[in-house]
Design a protein around this ligand. Structure first.
Ligand code: ADP
Ligand code: MG
Length: 293
């Protein structure tokens, strides 16, 4: 039988838009030492618009944007949507592409006019063993300092252009970090995005620990590392990429607007898509289980 006080508080949680799938996790929430947040779409709005472009000398800027949009044609990623929208706004002719392939946590590749073209971030460049050319370096540095995500266009091993995209920090994120600190909980951020962007967002929010350029398959390892330090760890995320980390965490928390996979991997679901509900969850757990002792 479900103890009465738990039943009452689970329904109280539900009324607050907090769906509890695992009651043990709900009980653990009051003892969390550390909460790890996914960055994009959780702490930030996750709406990237292209705000800048740099192209290597001798290459046409519109042509590279069109090429990037072609390669991104098949991707659902927010970055892909932003690039397609920019191409649309600039009115460029997007060529046909085939053999699309998503490189998880890195970018995308496709074939255009029989040539192999990639679009992706620093993780992609590592993978291709490609470097940012000197003439694009200051563009990339400036974008990074402004917390803009940069992706690169590489055709047949040649890096042709860089695109900077802006995301905005969610208004509530400031209050969430402050409130968790007040509760004595350490706040960490986990992202596949570049170190520059991650640090800029973390500085702005006062986040304690940053894990950046983490590949999707390594996100759960990061949670495990914190657990190995003896910490009880919560994880908040929305994406397919976050699912293993949500499963690994002592308390996996999915943002309700997230993907089905994230929601199914979580112990708790925040229906209202408000990160402030993470704080409410901890407080509700404390209030509920104190009464039982
Ligand atoms: P996050 O952890 O922020 O949710 P992802 O794991 O989805 O990020 O992506 C990590 C990084 O991989 C992005 O910041 C970007 O550099 C690159 N990337 C992923 N998908 C794409 C794409 N469709 N186009 C370009 N770059 C991409
Ligand atoms: Mg995400």
């Amino acid at each position: 039988a479900i103890p009465l006080v738990v039943a009452i508080n689970t329904s109280m949680a539900a009324r607050n838009g907090i769906l509890v799938r695992d009651r043990i996790a709900m009980e653990d929430a009051r003892n969390l030492d550390s909460i790890v947040f996914d960055k994009t779409g959780t702490l930030t709005e996750g709406e990237h618009g292209v705000v800048g472009q740099a192209t290597v000398e001798g290459v046409d800027a519109d042509e590279t944007l069109a090429l990037a949009a072609a390669v991104e044609g098949d991707s659902e990623h927010m970055i892909a949507r932003a690039i397609r929208e920019a191409a649309n706004e600039r009115g460029v002719d997007v060529p046909a592409a085939e053999d699309f392939e998503a490189l998880k946590g890195r970018g995308v590749r496709a074939s255009v006019d029989g040539r192999e073209v990639y679009v992706g971030g620093p993780n992609l460049l590592d993978h291709l063993e490609s470097d940012v050319p000197a003439e694009l370096q200051s563009f990339a540095d400036d974008a990074g300092e402004n917390a803009q995500t940069v992706v690169y266009l590489v055709r047949e091993g040649e890096l042709l252009a860089a695109f900077a995209m802006a995301d905005v920090i969610r208004q509530e994120s400031h209050r969430v970090v402050d409130a968790l600190h007040d509760l004595g909980i350490e706040v960490a951020m986990l992202t596949g995005d570049s170190r520059d962007v991650a640090n800029a967002v973390a500085d702005e929010l006062g986040i304690d620990t940053v894990f950046a350029e983490v590949l999707p398959e390594d996100k759960d390892v990061t949670v495990q590392e914190l657990q190995d330090q003896g910490k009880l760890v919560g994880m908040v995320g929305d994406g397919v990429n976050d699912a293993p980390a949500l499963t690994r965490a002592d308390v996996g928390i999915a943002i309700g607007s997230g993907t089905d996979v994230a929601v199914q991997s979580a112990d708790v679901i925040l229906v209202q898509n408000n990160p402030m509900d993470v704080v409410r969850l901890v407080k509700l757990s404390t209030a509920s289980y104190r009464k039982m002792q």
